[in-house]
Design a protein around this ligand. Structure first.
Ligand SMILES: Nc1ncnc2c1ncn2[C@@H]1O[C@H](COP(=O)(O)OP(=O)(O)OP(=O)(O)O)[C@@H](O)[C@H]1O
Ligand SMILES: [Mg+2]
Length: 360
């Protein structure tokens, strides 16, 4: 490391590990020493799994990052170190250029971020902003309807440049209404009404609606495991999840005028679990992947895309993925993303329907 990199590395408040191609610890920063409660001297050369237990899709995540040279972000997973209870974190795994197979593992624990008053404060600020926005949304929609109506009346006697201006008022007002509706929807999300549902039926509903609308120009490929058992979910809410992901994929491909194929894949993976509040592991073996061949996540926001109001698009609200993450978490599921130019995959992991509900 250069002197400057060294300063940044030491000052970084989030635990960071550099791993070699065999997942041995090469370097850790002071925040990580504190996190695992051990000094770098005793950690160098140790297998990272001896020091950290991460409760998610990790077994193959590392291999993926190495094989595809693409960064992965996994949200809301439990990470535990020796002699401490598991805590909720977001993790980022990125390939490093210095040597083949070298990885950076960055952990953003909610707790530490909280103590440092960083991510958490922006999170609770975002929450407060949503509460406020919901209230305002309601108040703004009425006068806005008045403005739109008045502009439409005015436009009747107008032509040319003046008509263009009233049209602009109408169009922009409509855009504000849409945005307000999205904010309201985010705040009003009802508790899921869960029953045994077939994921392929829901994917098919989302695919059909996407391909007559925003994804009309895209090629959608299906790669389903037909033996996939039902999950336990609110069908309408999951269709919303798939639609939001398909929409983002379509917008990414469109924006970059690059690619235009979306792959929907389902499969079963027994090994993936989510930790519940009582500490037991809940298997989430049903996997749905949505992959596009667009330009990939913008690097500046890659670690924050699931937060509300984080958007990389000019007219984006930044609520699409926040809603996805909220719905999946209320379904006891997991969501992860893996992204590189030409290949971005969102993976959702869901639990099985309890046996007695399958006849619903
Ligand atoms: N498949 C993807 N490929 C590339 N970038 C993506 C993809 N999905 C999401 N993103 C990035 O993540 C950002 C956040 O997505 P999110 O759906 O939360 O908000 P949005 O699409 O900007 O706005 P909204 O969905 O509320 O209209 C997007 O603006 C985009 O920059
Ligand atoms: Mg979106």
């Amino acid at each position: 490391m250069t002197a400057r990199e060294d300063i940044i590395w030491s000052a970084l408040p989030l635990p960071a590990f550099i791993l070699d191609a065999e997942n041995r610890i090469v370097e850790i920063n002071p925040a990580a020493e504190q996190f695992v409660n051990t000094s770098i001297r005793t950690l160098k050369g140790a297998q990272v799994w001896e020091r950290l237990a991460i409760d998610a899709l990790l077994p193959d995540a590392f291999a993926h990052v190495r094989a595809n040279h693409a960064e992965i972000v996994i949200n809301d997973v439990d990470v535990s170190a020796p002699r401490r209870p598991p805590i909720q974190c977001n993790i980022q795994i990125a390939p490093l250029k210095e040597a083949e197979g070298t990885l950076l593992l960055l952990i953003s624990p909610r707790e530490i971020a909280d103590r440092l008053g960083r991510a958490q404060s922006s999170k609770s600020a975002a929450k407060a902003a949503i509460g406020m926005a919901e209230m305002l949304a309601h108040e703004i929609k009425n006068p806005l309807a008045g403005i739109t109506g008045a502009a439409q009346l005015l436009s009747m006697g107008l032509e040319g440049g003046d008509l263009e201006l009233t049209d602009l008022i109408v169009a922009e007002s409509r855009r504000i209404v849409k945005l307000l509706e999205q904010v309201e929807q985010f705040g009003n999300l009802r508790a899921p009404e869960r029953r045994a549902v077939n994921l392929h039926d829901l994917l098919e509903r989302a695919r059909r609606s996407a391909s007559v609308g925003f994804a009309a120009k895209l090629h959608i490929v299906e790669d389903y495991d037909p033996s996939l058992p039902p999950t336990y979910a609110d069908g309408d809410q999951l269709v919303q999840v798939f639609l939001n992901l398909l929409k983002n994929a379509a917008e990414a491909c469109d924006r970059a005028q690059r690619g235009g194929t979306i792959r929907l894949r389902t499969f079963y993976d027994q090994s993936i679990r989510r930790r519940r509040a009582d500490g037991t592991g809940l298997p989430v073996p049903l996997q749905v992947e949505i992959t596009d061949d667009g330009p990939g996540l913008p690097a500046e926001i890659a670690g924050d895309i699931f937060e509300p109001f984080v958007s990389g698009r000019e007219n984006g609200t930044g609520l699409g993925l926040a809603l996805v993450s909220k719905i999946i978490s209320e379904h006891d599921g997991l969501i992860a993303v893996e992204s590189a130019p030409g290949r971005t995959t969102f993976r959702i992991s869901l639990p099985l329907a309890p046996k007695q509900t399958e006849d619903d």
